[in-house]
Design a protein around this ligand. Structure first.
Ligand code: GLN
Length: 304
């Protein structure tokens, strides 16, 4: 077969960019865009506001950020009525979704604010959130958690306390509050949908998690690549007719893909990551994060 090749591209749907846009969550979009650009991957961003339908086939990954209760209420109704079916279809088809704070709460069963009626969620995560009133301290501050065998760092600012049913957490809290400042869980995961309270914004200081999302999207769209730089790899050009591979598990997809995505020089990102860990007194974890940076640079130099 004569390979016609084309650059790789992804489309990210940004849900409610005008309503759920507090706490600098837009930095997540900028990070994904930059990390794709540095690998020759064109990431197109499409905003989806109130009243816009969500056609899952038009996107490769989705992001929904955080906001105050007063912004969440109208969004909750629109999310359920206008985007719920499309979002469920995308998630069941292993599309990577990142949902932060208020967005995370609305992908669970419900959010019960301190005042007013419950906000109905999509129930993607078997979880629920209850704001216990002004007399209960908000969960605010730097936070670090264990994610797989690495750390994630960020900043949390939420009054709602989230409790998980059957849904596993994104990670375990090392320092900070997490879902509810009681059970040590932070976030939630269902297939390739990730809910978290980590603002910061999250991805600039967690390059490994940013790449995890990119890899999942590429793997889902383009299927298995070859070694870096060869036609068909995640870093080289791509034949658009390759069969999409939806058969292997999301974990396998990401593992296979992660060996194909060229490492970047993330020394600055890992130093920022380590500085949060140090601030939280997690010195061993900070040293491990800086080792990550050195290892990634060595691999990057070896491949260049
Ligand atoms: N309004 C919600 C709460 O306070 C979410 C806040 C946010 O998105 N940071 O729990």
């Amino acid at each position: 077969m004569i390979q016609t090749i084309a650059p790789r591209s992804l489309t990210l749907g940004h849900l409610y960019p005008d309503q759920l846009n507090l706490y600098g969550d837009r930095g997540n979009i900028l990070t994904l865009q930059r990390r794709c650009q540095l690998r020759g991957i064109n990431l197109r961003i499409v905003g989806l506001g109130v009243g816009d339908a969500l056609a899952p086939d038009e996107y490769d990954l989705l992001f929904i950020g955080g906001g105050q209760d007063k912004e969440q209420a109208p969004v909750a109704q629109d999310l359920y009525e206008m985007k719920g079916i499309g979002l469920w279809a995308a998630i069941e088809d292993d599309m990577p979704v990142l949902a932060v704070c208020g967005g995370y709460q609305l992908l669970a069963h419900y959010y019960r604010p301190a005042e007013g009626p419950d906000m109905r969620g999509l129930g993607v995560f078997d979880a629920w959130t209850i704001h216990k009133g002004a007399q209960t301290p908000r969960c605010i501050g730097d936070i670090a958690l264990r994610w797989n065998d690495q750390t994630l760092v960020g900043f949390e600012n939420h009054g709602g306390r989230t409790y998980l049913g059957t849904t596993p957490p994104l990670g375990r809290v090392l320092k900070g509050s997490g879902n509810n400042a009681e059970d040590g869980n932070e976030g939630a995961v269902y297939r390739n949908a990730f809910g978290t309270y980590l603002h910061g914004s999250l991805l600039p200081k967690n390059p490994h998690f940013a790449d995890h999302l990119i890899e999942l999207a590429l793997r889902r769209k383009y299927g298995q690549g070859t070694s870096p730089g060869e036609p068909g790899s995640l870093n080289g050009q791509f034949h658009p007719d390759t069969e999409d591979d939806h058969t292997s598990s999301p974990e396998l997809q990401s593992d296979l893909a992660s060996s194909l995505l060229t490492p970047l020089d993330d020394r600055l990102e890992w130093e920022a990551h380590a500085s949060i860990l140090e601030r939280l007194g997690l010195h061993t974890e900070a040293a491990a994060a800086l080792r990550n940076a050195r290892d990634a640079v060595n691999v990057s130099l070896a491949l260049s």
